[in-house]
Design a protein. Structure first.
Length: 439
């Protein structure tokens, strides 16, 4: 019998991630081969790939004058549960830790779900004076078990940023100076508006060890930094379309992250909707002390920005799966340091297949489990999977689900026979693993 987790390159009880071997276990291991294959892609390092172009654009902007940020772009995606969750203060029962949301390599290791997994290490480098820069930027691929559609893929990219100042009078003076540099730059950008609200401690509590003024200063520097990134990126897009006078509108909303307080998210108005770009906040002291710093030593901020959706809109990319294609007709369209508009090379028609079944009441099936079976079977030939019917039979009390799968290739025609085979495999796997009854 073929196990989901066995590979040609390793024995059944181990898996290899970026050349490193890990023991698997029956309790936690749930990372499939088609996801492991993505861990070697490093799209953010490709200078003429949209993700790489966007990363470089933001790095250059942030490091343009004072070079305050150490840049880390080579962290591998296999990290410890401690790095990804514990070091950041995630509660033990946080949903993000569940197997239905996260790809586990084994009980102690997982594919990072966000670049914040490296905060402890990078703050540690500041503490140990391995770098003399007060801030850092990390870009990397991250992994989450998720639904499938045009804007969701189980792998995407984030850029993490952070910056610290000494919690002293001299530190505050420096912080004020740094803020005025940012404000001068922002004042020169005429087509950018931000909706922001005064800081509200009741709904977005600060940490006890910080004064109100410290929170005010750190968060002002944080917000102005992110606003500058947003203005830069969206102005590049407008310029590439010759629409330099168009308004860019963004807004700040309150948020919550276990390792920042207070916390926010920024959204940008684009084509009629608010697009969530980035979560951020004032770094909690626990993260700094976990990295070896003393209490009351430093204060600062951190942010985590999603690169894929921004790249989709900057380069007019209609489907997030295109980033991962090997098709040259995609790659030949992009050039280093250049924002350009993607021209779809061909569109093959999709084919819809529905699957209806009675759920087995004694075996839990999470929607992400179904997504994964579909993806393991059909890979990037799945365009989307959607729940179209969910009902409970009034007499028997049994639950019936119906999912609609759209099979579509970005680069070739798929035959009916091929789709039938895929669909049969999906059905058989569902029966075998979740003991459902097909209808
Ligand atoms: C985080 O991942 C936090 N680590 C961000 C952070 C860092 C907060 C440092 C505070 C301090 P969140 O899950 O909201 O937060 O993801 C951050 C960004 O990644 C989102 O704003 C969004 O732009 C992007 N993102 C999240 N999920 C997806 C997805 N499935 N596909 C594409 N982009 C996504
Ligand atoms: Mg979010």
């Amino acid at each position: 019998e073929k196990s989901l987790y066995s590979t040609a390159t390793s024995s059944p009880n181990t898996i290899i991630v970026n050349g490193k071997e890990f023991e698997t276990d029956s309790e936690k291991t749930n990372v499939p081969q088609n996801i492991l294959k993505l861990t070697d892609k490093a799209l953010h390092l490709k200078a003429s790939h949209p993700i790489g172009i966007l990363r470089t654009l933001i790095e250059n902007k942030l490091n343009s004058d004072d070079h305050a940020f150490e840049v880390y772009n080579n962290f591998k995606p296999a990290v410890s549960v401690f790095e990804n969750f514990d070091s950041l203060g995630f509660p033990k029962d946080h949903v993000g830790r569940s197997k239905s949301d996260t790809y586990y390599i084994n009980k102690d290791h997982l594919l990072r779900t966000h670049t914040s997994a490296h905060e402890m290490f990078c703050f540690g480098n500041i503490q140990k004076k391995i770098t003399d820069k007060p801030g850092y930027l990390i870009s990397a691929d991250v992994y989450r078990r998720d639904e499938i559609d045009k804007t969701h893929y189980p792998a995407f990219h984030q850029m993490e940023g952070a910056r610290l100042w000494p919690k002293t009078e001299a530190g505050q003076k420096q912080l004020k100076k740094d803020i005025s540099v940012l404000e001068t730059k922002l004042n020169q950008i005429k087509n950018f508006t931000v909706i922001d609200m005064p800081y509200k401690e009741e709904t977005n509590p600060k940490q006890k060890h910080m004064t109100k003024e410290e929170v005010q200063l750190v968060s002002t520097h944080l917000k102005r930094t992110i606003e500058l990134i947003v203005a830069e990126v969206f102005n590049k897009k407008l310029a590439s379309e010759g629409k330099t006078n168009e308004e860019i509108k963004s807004r700040w909303i309150e948020a919550y992250f276990p390792w920042t307080a207070p916390s926010w998210e920024i959204e940008v108005w684009w084509k009629g909707e608010w697009l969530e770009l980035c979560g951020c906040g004032v770094v909690r002291e626990q993260v700094l002390t976990n990295a070896g710093m003393g209490t009351n030593e430093k204060i600062g901020w951190a942010f985590g920005l999603g690169l894929d959706r921004v790249a989709m809109l900057l380069f007019d990319i209609p489907d997030i799966r295109l980033f991962w294609t090997d098709d040259q007709r995609f790659h030949e369209q992009f050039k280093e340091n250049t924002i350009s508009s993607f021209k779809p090379y061909s569109k093959y028609p999709g084919t819809i297949r529905d699957i209806s079944f009675w759920v087995n009441n004694s075996i839990d099936i999470h929607e992400n489990d179904l997504m994964e079976i579909v993806r393991n079977t059909a890979g990037d030939l799945v365009e989307s999977v959607k729940l179209i019917d969910d009902f409970v039979h009034p007499k028997t009390g049994r639950r019936s689900l119906c999912y609609r799968i759209n099979y579509q290739s970005m680069d070739r025609n798929i035959t009916n026979e091929e789709i039938n085979n895929l669909q049969d495999t999906v059905r058989a796997n569902l029966v075998e693993q979740y003991k459902i009854e097909l209808r």
